[in-house]
Design a protein around this ligand. Sequence first.
Ligand SMILES: [Zn+2]
Length: 516
Amino acid sequence: MDDPPDVTAASGTGLARRTFLGGAGAAALGAAGVGGVGMFTGSALTPAAAAPPVPEADRDPLDLLRRMLAHDTRNAGQGANTRPHAEMLRAVWENADVPTEIIDTPHPDNVHLIARIPGTGSAAPLLMLGHSDVVPVERGKWSVDPFAGTVRDGQIYGRGALDMKGANSATVSALLRHLAEGARFERDIIVLTDCDEEAGPYGSEWLAKHHWDKVNAGSVLTEGGWFLARRDGTTPMLITATRQDKLYFNLDLSAHGTATHSSKPSPDAALVTLSRAVAELGDWLAPVHLTAVTREYFGALAKATDDQEFARALGLLLSARGQDARERAARVVVKRSSYPWLHQALLRTTHAFVIGESGYKENVIPSSAKVRVNCRGIPGGQRPRDFLAQVRGMADRRGVRVALAAPEGRTEEQHLDELDEAWAAPPADIATPLFRALSGAAGETYPDAVFAPALFEAGTSLAPWRERGIPGYGVYPYVIDNDQLVAMHGNDERIHVEALRRGTAYLYRMFARFLD
Ligand SMILES: [Zn+2]
């Protein structure tokens, strides 16, 4: 169903395809377009003398993704073994004559891979940032082997299929297609396959600190923006590129009680006290806060949807005067949305109960119980310090203590100051060649969908570039449905194969805007 960009489509963009036009002429263009030879018909035409012979399998994002998924790059918190994955990918680049470098970190076999496609140098480099590590799996809860790259009912399964080996395979395949066609870009394109994104000390911050010259760029694209579907789950509706990430912080809730023999429970058990507060907070939602970024997003969503009731709720949300009306409209938006938890997260600070700690022996009632709460705040929305005060007020009444989990060596107040600063940081400028390319390619590839900038509900490795004032954006280049979205960091992670192919075509068109 998803048309890959054939030569006709590429020529329709008005972009100079010297290989096609110079090597084969307009007649061949037409013939290849009609014939639909392969995914990218460039290989069917006479290649330019300088074009490397890129294997067909490497230009196929599904083939490449299956090879990526076969490498177990699980990161449980202290880094992963990313070397075999990096070596596999390095061979792919070197087949196409692209210089690469594996950067070792102090953690053995936890490595970064950098490939650099040299351009003419007339513009600052574009950096494609895609992590190779993945979160752990609950094997027993998967219906397939998470490292086999199983394709079932048109979907490719595996840990990292969505986050974000799928995006990486689309990026590499799209670039290799250009190279196979003899393309030359106006700028260097750096593809950084990083480690320690999911957790660990040697991620992009470490890399930027030690090897800035290798990753310095004029703009960066990484994971982020969702490609949302209509209610059928596959027809593109809203294509987004994120320009801002939510703020990440943790709270620790703790309760204390009498430690005693479990045969004679007293009424102040720490676990019971903590559970009461968790139950109350679990049902509570932080207040809705809209910003310029999320207003633009929800406005685009209202235009994109064909669900009139949903569009009306979004209209009420955006026009609400006063918090009560805003909260009422937000409830309807979430209820009516095909992506309820995503939209819930874009409306407010979220808090998730992630790690509980208490007890060590059956015949001992523990004296303390603790739970870590992972929170994500909206830049320019509710300040993390205000959210903390609200949670503290509720927990206090239940006899539960709340602490902001500050990084090593910092006080709570110092960390709140840092969060204030991040809260006030503006979103990435969108008047840039990269953002225009993301938008233009969306119009060509998903002509019936709406394109919009957005807020990312999670985090990325973009911090080192953003701190240096370099604009960074995010996309996951495949249309996903809500079940697939829920399986991210969950079980049976998967994406549609056709969505991956079309997303690769999207990135191919995006890169075409940087041709010399
Ligand atoms: Zn990710």
